[in-house]
Design a protein around this ligand. Structure first.
Ligand code: DOR
Ligand code: ZN
Length: 342
């Protein structure tokens, strides 16, 4: 048994739910979950109950997070296509790391389906900070074309289909400024999981086929996919397993299991230890221009196995889709700017 030191990890895609849905998560519980999972810098998404689409709402989130967060947090600004005049006010804010666009239906009220509105957004976000898209299938084709037309830096969130891996590979081959992320749940589950896990396996994008999953692992190995993002999307059990007739909420928590799942991939011979650092630190830092965190590191034993429990997590929703799985490398200590925080 031997401990190794890694840099404090970066998760560029989390939903901490504050303000608006603090029965699921808040900045304190969500940032505790981040530290438990080895993340010292996280980027929070704007699809709150009242979406973060004005400078004022953004400032409210920043001040709430300052009061309650135990790790560093940055934010992605949101857009419904009607708030482009807010972009000037937020794009140079050092706490803003990107603009998030939802092109498919999911949790929240920010969907842009109208092509004219979408084009207006790409035109208006005149910034080197990436535009992040939730864009499945055909929507990905559209957003790649708009990013090219307006010369915007694009980050494609949580790719999940083989065809999307191929689209990104092609765009990169033509030197387009595009990056892509993948979520652990798409790497470890296929849609076959839904019959057993029911609502707990419902998320957006939905789980794919074995062929999709194989393409995601191949995309990770050949550099088509740049980073791992947890898409930590806490919902309480009643929302995932509603009474008969109810629609389960989309999304799964992931902050506390992502690193262990990546060391499982190392253990299984799919990726190397160096890949883990590249996918959870080096690339996220470079793509989103994350500030340095001096004297910040985590300690773990990458060969030590542990079983994901049923409960007892830091995340307020207190469940995991990975319960019962054997993972590797549980975080033993976290030091943030010289202070031991876990
Ligand atoms: O499954 C998901 N849950 N996908 C998303 O895009 C949003 C997220 C959420 O906020 O619950
Ligand atoms: Zn998300």
């Amino acid at each position: 048994m031997s401990l190794i030191k890694l840099p404090g990890l970066i998760d560029v895609h989390v939903h901490l739910r504050e303000p608006g849905a603090t029965h699921k998560e808040d900045f304190y519980t969500g940032s505790r979950a981040a530290l438990a999972g080895g993340f010292t810098y996280i980027l929070d998404m704007p699809n709150n109950l009242i979406p973060t689409i004005t400078a004022e709402l953004l400032e409210e989130k920043i001040s709430l997070s300052k009061e309650k967060s135990v790790c560093d947090i940055g934010f992605h600004f949101g857009t419904n296509g009607e708030n482009t005049e807010e972009f000037e006010k937020v794009k140079n804010n050092p706490k803003v790391f990107g603009l998030k666009i939802y092109c498919n239906h999911t949790t929240g009220e920010m969907l842009i389906e109208n092509l004219e509105l979408l084009e207006k957004v790409f035109s208006a976000w005149d910034s080197p900070k990436p535009i992040l898209v939730h864009a499945e299938g055909e929507q990905l084709v559209t957003t790649l074309a708009l990013a090219l037309k307006y010369e915007r830096v694009l980050h494609v969130c949580h790719i999940s289909q083989k065809s999307e891996v191929e689209l990104i590979r092609k765009a990169k081959a033509s030197s387009q400024k595009v990056s892509a992320g993948v979520c652990p749940h798409h790497l470890y589950f296929t849609k076959d999981a839904v019959s057993k896990m029911k609502g707990y396996a419902m998320m957006k994008p939905p789980l794919g086929t074995q062929e999709d999953q194989d393409a995601l692992w191949a995309g990770l190995s050949d550099g088509t996919i740049d980073l791992i993002e947890s898409d930590h999307a806490p919902h309480v059990k009643l929302e995932k397993n509603p009474p008969a007739g109810g629609q389960p909420a989309f999304g799964v928590p992931g902050l506390e299991t992502t690193l262990g799942l990546m060391f499982k991939a190392v253990h299984d011979g799919r990726i190397s230890k160096e890949d883990v650092v590249r996918l959870l630190y080096t690339n996220p830092k470079k793509i989103f221009n994350i500030p340095d965190q001096p004297d910040t590191y985590i300690e773990l034993d990458p060969d030590l196995a542990y079983v994901v429990p049923q409960k007892g997590f830091e995340t307020k929703c207190d469940w995991s889709p990975f319960s019962g799985m054997t993972l590797y490398g549980k975080v033993q200590a976290v030091v943030l700017r010289g202070k031991k925080v876990l």
